[in-house]
Design a protein around this ligand. Structure first.
Ligand SMILES: [Zn+2]
Length: 357
């Protein structure tokens, strides 16, 4: 009898210690008036999806995991490479040497500094067919992607389900972010009705500063905290951009939806229906064709941008780019054939990286 009592006492003591560790962990954040004990409880109950875990996704995941968001679902289709390490803060040299999927590497790293929250890694390409399975039941969606195709898909889904989401992007020294509260603020399609046409900058062609990434992730993670604790009146209602190199910054109002917006006005969810994405087909043995025909390409400029990343050759009709183990053939209207893979996700990823999305 005495033994039972003493064991029960011991387990009570251990529980108290675990509770104490838990409250110690977030004590400085709970002291902050905007969060408090009630806010911290709301964060613990929150479920947040981070789509894309490259540079921005890594920074967002790290900040929210340390802040005590109870469940983080990390969705990423890619593997860690040495060129990621300059800015993708959740990964290390061992992850790159093992070509570990980013979602898995991120989950391991986070578990090492916060074992009290749930991390759900998903090694998947977010597409219309799996978006419901991947995003249903989430309280908030955060954008860590590198392409407009996926962002429009997230926007359609979020507007359709009245789920808040935060757009974040960084390229070069430039960062931009927008909070989307469906039914209240402008959505992504209100501000950018169509994805940029023609030549677009990507991190692969224009480079990127890790400080631009961390700035945009810090702003977006703070907006996420406000949303999750229910302080929506403090949520920023502008498209905010900042160039950390030139120090130029701008804000344009996003306080109201744009009348006639395809997504939040007419509720015409073309991206959710799969109509907005470039048509991709397998073409011959070991190659994939991307039937994008609305992206006129300036071969001289593209040749210059791609040169640091592989061998490039072009004439008036075709541009060839060899990036081991792939060979990409580009046509002036934006169509591409990518040799070296039958995986449409890999082909789409290469196209998004080097040509645009
Ligand atoms: Zn809209």
């Amino acid at each position: 009898m005495e033994l039972v009592i003493s064991l029960a006492h011991e387990s009570r003591t251990q529980e108290t210690q675990a509770d104490r560790t838990k409250s110690e962990r977030y004590s400085r954040q709970v002291l902050f008036r905007g969060i408090g004990a009630e806010g911290q409880r709301k964060l613990a109950a929150a479920r947040v999806a981070i789509v894309g875990c490259g540079a921005t996704g890594s920074a967002l995941a790290a900040l929210l995991a340390r802040a005590g968001v109870g469940t983080l679902r990390i969705i990423d289709r890619d593997y860690v490479e040495p060129s990621n390490l300059q800015r993708q803060s959740l990964f290390d040299e061992k992850d790159a040497a093992e070509s570990l999927p980013k979602a898995i590497a991120a989950a391991r790293k986070i578990a090492a500094f916060n074992s009290q929250i749930a991390i759900e890694p998903k090694v998947e390409d977010l597409v219309p067919a799996n978006i419901e399975a991947l995003l249903a039941g989430m309280s908030l969606i955060l954008d860590g992607t590198d392409n407009f195709e996926t962002r429009y898909l997230i926007n359609d889904y979020a507007v359709d389900r009245s789920l808040p989401w935060i757009y974040s992007a960084a390229v070069g020294s430039y960062a931009v972010t927008l909070n989307v509260l469906p039914g209240q603020t402008a959505c992504l399609a209100c501000i950018f009705p169509d994805s940029p046409r023609g030549m677009v900058e990507t991190c692969e062609t224009s480079g990127i500063l890790n400080s631009a990434v961390n700035l945009v992730a810090s702003i977006a993670a703070t907006e996420a905290l406000k949303l999750l604790v229910g302080n929506t009146s403090q949520v920023r209602r502008t498209l905010l951009s900042f160039d950390v190199w030139s120090n130029e910054h701008a804000e344009i109002s996003a306080a109201k939806p744009r009348p006639g917006c395809r997504a939040c006005g007419e509720r015409d969810f073309i991206h959710l229906a799969g109509e907005g994405r470039p048509h991709i087909t397998l073409c011959g043995r070991n190659s994939v064709q991307i039937h994008e025909r609305q992206r006129p390409i300036d071969f001289t400029e593209m040749d210059r941008l791609l040169r640091p990343h592989g061998t490039v050759r072009h004439n008036d009709f075709v541009l060839k780019f060899w990036h081991d183990p792939y060979e990409m053939t580009l046509f002036p209207d934006g169509r591409a054939i990518i040799k070296g893979t039958t995986d449409t996700a890999v082909a789409r990823s290469l196209y998004a990286r080097y040509v645009g999305s």
